[in-house]
Design a protein around this ligand. Structure first.
Ligand SMILES: [Zn+2]
Length: 309
């Protein structure tokens, strides 16, 4: 309850929510159930429409009085472009969430990690304090890992392969749209990828590799591929667990629901509330990803929220 109150207090300082929640009676929100029933979800299109109206402001979710330290353009095809503003505490919380993802795929102190992704992807900018100003401890710093980054464009695949051969990262993070080009390059060089890395993690904003695509790439590359779900507008990261194969995320960082659309589908759009985002509060963000919430209890993270997608 304290968490909900704190979140709503912060949200009242952001133009979008101030307008949206104007008629809301704070007393109506007593618990998570009434929170879901009372607070309307927010769609990406709404963020873009609000940004268009208030063209002078950086973001309709930016809290008045919070000076952001780092600003990233979000990877969505909206007009106008949307930005995410973060301060030191936001960056800290976000990097801790990514550390949870890294730990779940077995990354430990001393491990080398390679990232083949854009600089505007949280997988890249949260990885190390040396990459991002005001990020006091990046994910690699928290876990004692050694990160290497490569630009996330497909024609950088030959260099990504050089990194694999030279760095031999334990885990290789890659964005979906580079996976095909990397696979072609590995095949062209007739490499046995398992000699250089133990696993690939494929990620994309608000999208997941299908099971069929995953199996096909695993067959061609000869290493397991795990999926990482990014919902960047909500500063959300969830990692596919090698043990249970569901997506895990930290319960103290997020509240995740699904929005039933009345068509009886087993999987519905995921709605994410972020507890740590202070500068750009995220209150019931309605994502484009469909899934279902599964009970907790995996031995690899007994308290984690689990999502099937
Ligand atoms: Zn699990």
């Amino acid at each position: 309850m304290k968490r909900i109150q704190r979140l709503l207090q912060r949200a009242a300082k952001a133009p979008l929510y101030r307008k949206k929640f104007a008629g809301l009676k704070p007393r109506a929100v007593r618990d998570l159930r009434s929170f879901s029933a009372t607070i309307p979800p927010t769609r990406l299109e709404e963020l873009a429409a609000e940004k268009l109206k208030g063209a002078a402001s950086l973001s309709p979710r930016l809290c008045v009085g919070r000076g952001p330290r780092a600003i990233f353009q979000l990877e969505y095809d909206t007009q106008p472009a949307l930005y995410l503003a973060l301060d030191r505490a936001d960056l800290r919380g976000y990097a801790q969430v990514l550390a949870h993802c890294w730990s779940l795929v077995g990354l430990r102190k001393g491990d080398r990690v390679a990232i083949f992704d854009y600089g505007t992807s949280p997988l890249s900018y949260l990885a190390a304090s040396s990459f991002t100003p005001y990020l006091d401890r990046g994910t690699a710093d928290l876990l004692g890992c050694l990160p290497v980054c490569n630009d996330g464009v497909a024609n950088m695949s030959p260099r990504a392969v050089e990194i694999l051969r030279y760095v031999r990262p334990r885990v290789f993070f890659i964005r979906h749209d580079c996976l095909h080009a990397l696979t072609m390059e590995v095949e062209r060089q007739a490499l046995r990828l398992a000699d250089y890395t133990q696993a690939l993690v494929a990620a994309e904003n608000e999208s997941l590799l299908s099971d069929e695509e995953r199996r096909s790439f695993e067959k061609r590359l000869g290493v397991p591929i795990y999926r990482l779900l990014r919902i960047d507008a909500a500063m959300f990261l969830a990692m596919e667990c090698p043990r249970c194969r569901l997506l895990h995320c930290r319960r103290d960082a997020y509240f995740v629901e699904t929005l039933a659309e009345g068509d009886g589908a087993a999987e519905n759009p995921l709605v994410v509330t972020n507890w740590f985002a202070g500068t750009s509060p995220t209150v019931r963000y309605l994502s484009q990803v469909r899934g279902s919430i599964e009970p907790s209890g995996c031995p690899s993270g007994p308290k984690d929220l689990r999502i099937a997608v």
